[in-house]
Design a protein around this ligand. Structure first.
Ligand SMILES: [Zn+2]
Length: 245
């Protein structure tokens, strides 16, 4: 029991303070294939059996519970932590599922997508990271496809934190988290997984929305220039099932 609590506090700390533990990256000697050996706290990156990302193949349609979003509190900070660009939020945005309440801490981006859907990789994936009072994590995922210019995303692009350590106060932009979501929140995939960055802690609830959001090619380029390839490779499903609604 004690071990579990320690693992949870590590993942909660990793969420709130990136840069915790050994230096890691997306290529070479400190890349994903080596994460498990870079730091003793990163062992799950190598030994875990329920890791994210995965290739999502919805093969088990069930009457999944609808999650409830109670968003509306605005973004406070837009910053570059050296691994991704991240938007932090004021307290009070919540997601309810399994009778539990999770509070939105931040969303951040990966180019290209980390998860695949039926073998398809998307140009970008956003992770909305939520934390419960007892340290459990729930991630709501939005996929992006090429299409129309996205005004919400353009506000972020105009103030893009291009270099590691760049940080901007964006309270004046009045960006609320729901502004980035697609219209259909009913259809989604669900699976048990992990953080996709060290320490790769498991026990994370993943919800991947089926409806993607559009963004223009020039807008993707603005993210790709800063993020390069910050996607962890796919992991095996092992004993898990992907549920869908
Ligand atoms: Zn992520």
């Amino acid at each position: 029991m004690k071990k579990v609590l320690i693992a949870l506090s590590i993942s909660a700390a990793a969420l709130l303070a990136s840069g915790h533990g050994a230096a890691w990256s997306y290529k070479g000697e400190t890349g994903p294939a080596h994460w498990g050996k870079l730091d003793k706290n990163f062992f799950m990156c190598e030994k875990g059996q329920n890791q994210t990302p995965i290739n999502i193949v919805g093969d088990y349609s069930v009457n999944l519970e609808k999650f409830t979003l109670n968003y509306g509190k605005k973004a406070t900070k837009w910053f570059n932590n050296g691994h991704t660009v991240e938007v932090a939020f004021a307290p009070g945005n919540t997601l309810k599922i399994d009778g539990k309440t999770f509070e939105l801490k931040q969303f951040h981006f990966h180019t290209p997508s980390e998860n695949h859907i039926n073998g398809v990789s998307y140009p970008m994936e956003a992770h909305f990271v939520h934390l419960s009072k007892d340290g459990k994590i729930a991630v709501l995922t939005v996929m992006f496809v090429e299409g129309k210019k996205n005004p919400y995303m353009q506000k972020l692009i105009n103030k893009m934190p291009k270099k590691k350590g760049d940080s901007y106060d964006i309270r004046g932009l009045n960006l609320k988290p729901e502004g980035m979501l697609p219209t259909n929140l009913d259809k989604y995939y669900r699976f048990n997984g992990s953080l996709t960055t060290p320490p790769c802690s498991e026990g994370v609830r993943w919800m991947v929305l089926k409806q993607p959001v559009e963004m223009s090619r020039a807008q993707f380029a603005a993210f790709e220039k800063v993020l390069d390839h910050n996607n962890r490779p796919l992991n095996p499903l092992n004993a898990r099932k992907v549920l869908e609604k």
